[in-house]
Design a protein around this ligand. Structure first.
Ligand SMILES: *Cc1c(COP(=O)(O)O)cnc(C)c1O
Length: 370
């Protein structure tokens, strides 16, 4: 009998699979009423009707392969972001692309830099590729963005073996962000042979003017990569579409290892339609902003510490009560995300729901605290 654990490549040997949180399918079966699902940062308002219709039409033709180039979606994205199509690679979610950047650009003997409390996929991507992960400490509690990325610390972690830096703006699970200006200054100091992947999964939710996208820095920095996703603000998490924008030479190399039909036909069609439905996106972003501020205020009234957020979720400190609160909410059909795996065992990550969902959360929390 083969010892598969030992036979796996060195990077994979020490790896633990991505933790997707609770088994929602099992939980849904357990409860008669629909759950309040605030654990996965999904968009509670649902996808654009135009995207649903486009995906349905694509399903009618499921016997044919999708466009392996994703040409229509790339052209729509190119126009949307004012870049060329050759600067874009599509992924089966941006998760796939994050893994692929590490696979292509980092290996045994190389180092990958990421922040403490950074998105879990960065560590997974580095380790799966066999590279060493170097973790830069996050800001501490005295800072305006406690637990947020510390760009100085990230710079200090970059050394001669560094091939890649992964960072998120805003970050998941902290919701924190750094300013465009500080990131521009960071890029100016990163060696030009180090590839910097900035994950902007929540960019559409951002309204702080200082937290502008890094896309505008692309012409200046060929070593910069920006990733985006249709899973969050565009509400297409179930059909798996993400993309990266970078220098065409970088994208050309990524295209060599991309699985030829990685984005399926309903996903391509839905993403293109969703991109065109500006009003639907705006309604979700506006709804999120109003509900996020209302939920944060309500939680702070209880004396809870709520991290600042430019996303569709809040990181909330429950201290020693964290596990009890999480379990009690779950018993009441409300799912939030434990983040102990991030070293944040005193916090829960709570996705901002609709007004009704947030009200149910607050009622349940009231009962738990009573
Ligand atoms: C949700 C998320 C992603 C990606 O999701 P996909 O569905 O794979 O596109 C990437 N980065 C961060 C920080 C996220 O929170």
């Amino acid at each position: 009998m083969i010892d598969f654990g030992q036979r796996a490549l060195p990077g994979v040997r020490g790896l633990r699979a991505y933790d997707p949180g609770h088994d929602l399918v099992a939980l849904r079966r357990q409860f008669e009423q629909p759950l309040v699902e605030l654990g996965s940062n999904e968009n509670p308002y649902g996808a654009s009707p135009r995207a649903v219709q486009a995906a349905g039409a694509a399903l009618e033709r499921m016997h044919v392969y999708p466009d392996p180039r994703g040409g229509d979606l790339k052209r729509a994205l190119a126009w949307h972001h004012r870049v060329e199509s050759a600067s874009i690679v599509l992924g089966n979610g941006s998760h796939e692309l994050l893994m692929q950047f590490a696979q292509v650009f980092a290996g045994p003997g190389d180092e990958v830099v990421a922040s403490q409390f950074g998105f879990a996929v960065y560590a997974l991507a580095a380790q799966a590729a066999g590279a060493a992960l170097m973790v830069a400490p996050a800001h501490s509690s005295g800072h305006a963005m406690p637990r947020g990325h510390d760009l100085e610390a990230l710079l200090a972690a970059v050394g001669p073996k560094t091939r890649l830096v992964f960072l998120a703006n805003p970050n998941n699970p902290t919701g924190t962000w750094f300013s465009h200006d500080s990131f521009a200054a960071f890029m100016a100091r990163v060696p030009e042979d180090v590839i910097v992947v900035i994950d902007e999964a929540y960019a559409e939710f951002v309204d702080a003017p200082e937290c502008a996208s890094a896309l505008s820095l692309l012409p200046e920095y060929p070593n910069l990569v920006v990733t985006r996703t249709f899973s969050k603000a565009y509400a297409l998490a179930g059909v798996r579409v993400g993309y990266a924008i970078a220098h065409p030479d970088c994208i050309a190399v990524m295209e060599r290892v991309r699985e030829s039909f990685n984005v399926n036909a309903p996903g391509l069609a839905a993403a293109e339609a969703a991109l065109g439905d500006v009003e639907h996106l705006q309604a979700a972003v506006d709804g999120n902003r109003v509900q996020r501020e209302a939920l944060a205020s309500a939680l702070r009234v209880w004396g809870l510490v709520v991290a600042p957020s430019q996303t569709n979720f809040l990181l909330v400190e429950f201290g020693p009560e964290t596990d009890r609160v999480e379990a009690a909410l779950r018993q009441r059909g409300i799912v939030v995300r434990p983040v102990g795996g991030y070293g944040l065992g005193d916090c829960l990550r709570i996705t901002v729901g609709t007004a009704e969902e947030n009200a149910r959360l607050l009622v349940a929390l009231g009962a738990v605290f009573a």
